[in-house]
Write a protein of this length. Sequence first.
Length: 524
Amino acid sequence: MKDMIQKIKLIYLPFLLLSVGFIITYTFLHWLLILKLELFQINEMFIDFWIPFALPWIPILLVLRKRIKLLKFKEKARDPHFLYMFVAALAFAIPTIIAQGYIRTATGTLSRLTSCEQIDKTHLTKYYQFDRIYLEKRLRGIYWYTEVSGKHNEYLNFHGYFVLPILSAQADTNKRYYSTWYGTEYRKQISNRLDESEKEIEFKNFKNDSREKFHNENLYNVIYFDRIGANEEHKWLHKAVEVTNNYDHTIDPIILKPVKEPFEQRNGSKFGWIFGSFGIAGFILFLMVLFPSVNSKELNKFLSDEKPKSRINFSYKTILSFLIPQPHQGFFATHLIIELNLLIFIIMVFSGLGLITFSGSDLLAWGANFRPNIIDGEYWRLFTSTFLHGGLIHLLMNLYGLFFIGLFLEPILKFKRFIFFYAITGIIASIFSIWWHTATVSVGASGAIFGMYGIFLALLLTKLFPKDFQKPFLINTLIFVGYNLLNGLTGGIDNAAHIGGLLSGIVIGLLIYPRLREEKEENK
């Protein structure tokens, strides 16, 4: 009984106070700074999803971690403390995510206007109703967009974004520019394993079906309009507005999405799920805290204000040294390349280009590899494309592969050679890509990374490494390279760049082996 009271007092109650305080504080600041005062304009994906998932780890690591360490587990069991922190993070994050969607819809004001000309552009509201509107379908604008999805890029998604100006009367069709637009989207998903001809047929059918649906749809069947905020949907509908002849580039268009359900139903069941999700996660954590006993040794240290020993404590220096690379560590070049890739990705994200995926047009504008542009003399794309990525998963997978190979290869090549060979193999990989693909936008560090694996593979085939090191790492490297090349055959992956980088790396590795061998003997 005493143990249970101590666990509730020292672990569960602090969790309740921190989590409830976090949900309320974050939601209030979102409402005040973003929705009410409109001091910032941040992509809704960050506000609603990524920040609520990231921020809870600060109070969890600073406050709850040392309290969770008070629980006692079997010695042979794997360290379960991270599981407890992860469940606590979910209890913070999930209700917070739901609350952001609720606060946006619940506090949004419905403006009832006679016509769209009465919209106050300095004080925009969330929802609008108009006494009269006129929609002319011949003034429409369409933007087609495709993207891949899935863990292995196994899906190909088609999107059709349709817009047309919202007018007050038919006479307004003679105006040169329009500021308020009706926006809607059509989508379809197919397998990315189909060959190119089948994909083209599917895409052509999708465009025809979407046009027909839009042509036959009763656009006046609307109860009210929802103004689209700073999110991915607004980004693509904005591009559809830009392709029309009636877009004023000096002003940001107001894009309204039709809603056919009663205004009172706009919140759905979000409010109840805020409490329901928190109750479920909180109850699970309560049971997890209830069953283990208290570690009396750690409890005495905690009560005497001595920090419990934790393997995580040692990770702070490791994380700091990774974020701020030091030349003497032997992985300086690897760190610099990783952080440069991260920096470019973060800048693109905060520029509003996306997060999970980026569009081909945006990547092209930032320096992606594309054969027609290279032919026109933009040779710099062969290099810049190696620092761009198609999305978050693409970035993380490449940086993981780079970090792993850098641990073993950079101490051998040293800083200058590692940087030089990384750039050279990356450029060669880009050349292979445009040689094979005549009109494909290509990005990613994987060509250069395969180049470094090629160098490593060539050196493993020589006598540079000890035999006890050579055999297992040769097998692991062959498996890694073989798996990725075979996976690239399934579609959606630039295997030409991978092969180009790998072959150039093998050649470089064999050429520099004699010099590396001499350096090894001199060091002995």
